[in-house]
Design a binder for this molecule. Structure first.
Ligand SMILES: Nc1ncnc2c1ncn2[C@@H]1O[C@H](COP(=O)(O)OP(=O)(O)O)[C@@H](O)[C@H]1O
Ligand SMILES: [Mg+2]
Length: 490
């Protein structure tokens, strides 16, 4: 069949490429990925305000590129995403260098040194729009040359972005210096987080001469952090490592530790899954639509490690900021998340020291436990607490009975269990469950003995005043007491 070569028109394609959804933080992270792939040990970022005519440069001492490599690097879609990537490689679509840079500014200049040979290329989108052709400059312009860093190491690369219309303009005016630098601060925090597993003695990242401190969201070296047993899942292509951490209750952290562990978005926004691809953080801050976020689950942070072989299966997007697990993994993650959230709730409400991974021991020494039923969460006293067990062994049966009844009243009156329910006006006998019926009879028996009274009205009055009984009306209570009497004391 006949075909006609129909090349994309340069002008409109540029604007589409500039707007695929990077923000400055994700864009810079994507450019740093390339330096890490090139085995750089030192990556220096420089953000210059330059009187409103600013520039950004990323200088690395990685492997560098020769002429063919730099020419490929600058072409749009330089690698096929279907080809297998090298081990640990962070690249994906062969687009990042260009799309990330263009999301910040209109001119991208790259110089690189390999085997002592310097090579360079430059894209200027103003020129591409003007000519409507993908014409790449083989030399970088003079005004860039006067600012661009010199490569002092034996090999390395400098990526220089200017004409920063996106990064440093609001409408027609350049942004003010302080908002420029607060953007840089946000980038600093983001990168300390995204690359925290990779920053070590072999990799140093600096922004305007401040080196990044790795920020560990799991507080993994804190004594009271509870790391649960790691799990390995299989997605059909690679192994997925899942490590759950329950962070310490706030009362076990110093104010400084607490603030730091709250991260860039605060405790509540940092709960959930953290997905790492080749040790680089892709996504965090929720339970991937499996569960909603809630306050009491904020201590649970679950690290998921995937390799670059699982990219397609996990829908890793072009910006490397979105990811979505395949269905078979999702159901396993649900069980893991449920356990993590449950333990987080226990620690959050009861301030338990979560420093053992044996949940049964831990829940045994809690005085309260949480139970979820159809109306929500209720709190029950832990009847198997070792101290309570010992008291029960030591006292008479009669005292055990009274003690248990008292515990029940404490439970019913717990502020967390009291639900404000409008007074029931209707005097018709209500439909009530068997368990409520037996609770009312138990209360009636207890009050009968305590008050030494058989009066139906007196018993009904005091039961109505008992916490959690306000949902029943007088006739219902009377009916249950009488029915029980009628059925015979059992
Ligand atoms: N800092 C760098 N050092 C060495 N090579 C680089 C650097 N940046 C980019 N490259 C080369 O350019 C190619 C294209 O980069 P990019 O557009 O980000 O796509 P990808 O990272 O998906 O391959 C990389 O695969 C790499 O070969
Ligand atoms: Mg890349």
């Amino acid at each position: 069949m006949e075909t006609i070569l129909t090349e994309p028109v340069a002008g409109p394609v540029i604007n589409a490429l500039r707007s695929i959804g990077y923000n400055p933080r994700t864009a810079i992270a994507d450019i740093i990925d390339n330096s890490i792939d090139a085995k750089a040990k030192k990556i220096k970022l420089q953000f210059e305000y330059n009187d409103g005519n600013g520039y950004i440069q990323i200088i690395d001492n990685g492997n560098g590129m020769d002429l063919t490599e730099i020419q490929n690097a600058m072409s749009i879609g330089s690698k096929d995403p279907r080809n297998e990537r090298g081990d640990k490689e962070l690249g994906r679509f062969g687009m990042g260098l260009k799309t990330a840079s263009f999301s910040l500014g209109k001119r991208l200049s790259v110089i690189s040194k390999k085997n002592d040979v310097l090579v360079e290329r430059c894209w200027d989108l103003d020129y591409v729009s003007q000519t409507n052709r993908w014409d790449l400059f083989t030399e970088i312009p003079l005004e860039v040359r006067s600012n661009i860093a010199e490569i002092t190491s034996i090999c390395g690369t400098v990526v220089y972005i200017d004409k920063l219309d996106r990064f440093m303009r609001a409408g027609h005016n350049p942004i003010l210096a302080n908002s420029f630098f607060s953007k840089v601060d946000r980038i600093y925090n983001h990168l300390s987080f995204v690359f925290h597993t990779l920053i070590n003695e072999d990799l140093c990242i600096e922004i305007n001469e401040n080196s990044l401190d790795a920020w560990d969201p799991f507080l993994s070296s804190h004594d009271y952090t509870n790391p649960l047993r790691p799990r390995v899942l299989k997605d059909g292509i690679g192994k997925i490592k899942v490590s759950t951490y329950i962070l310490p209750h706030a009362s076990y952290l110093t104010p400084k530790e607490y603030k730091q562990a709250g991260g860039i978005k605060g405790w509540n926004e940092h709960q959930g899954f953290y997905i790492y691809r080749e040790n680089r953080l892709l996504h965090f801050g929720n339970w991937l639509d499996i569960f909603p976020k809630d306050q009491a689950s904020q201590l649970a942070r679950v690290r998921i490690d995937i390799t670059n072989k699982s990219d397609e299966l996990w829908h890793v997007d072009i910006k490397k900021s979105m990811v979505s697990p395949p269905d078979n993994i999702k159901s396993q993650l649900k069980a893991i998340a449920r356990e993590a959230r449950d333990i987080s709730k226990q620690v959050f409400y009861f301030r338990t020291q979560s420093n053992t991974s044996d949940t049964t021991v831990r829940s045994n020494i809690n005085t309260w436990r949480q139970e979820d039923n159809e109306t929500g969460t209720v709190f029950k006293l832990n009847r198997s607490h070792p101290l309570l067990q010992r008291i029960i062994e030591d006292v008479s049966d009669e005292t055990v009975k009274n003690l248990k009844m008292f515990l029940k009243l404490v439970e019913l009156g717990s502020p967390a269990n009291i639900v404000i329910i409008p007074k029931v006006e209707e005097e018709k006998v209500q439909q009530i469950s068997e368990s409520d019926k037996s609770l009312i009879s138990e209360l009636a028996n207890m009050y009968k003995q305590l008050m030494d009274s058989d009066s139906l009205d007196e018993l009904t009055n005091i039961i109505l005043m008992t916490p959690s009984m306000e949902k029943f009306n007088r006739n219902t209570i009377k009916f249950v007491i009488e029915e029980k009497d009628y059925a015979g004391d059992n």
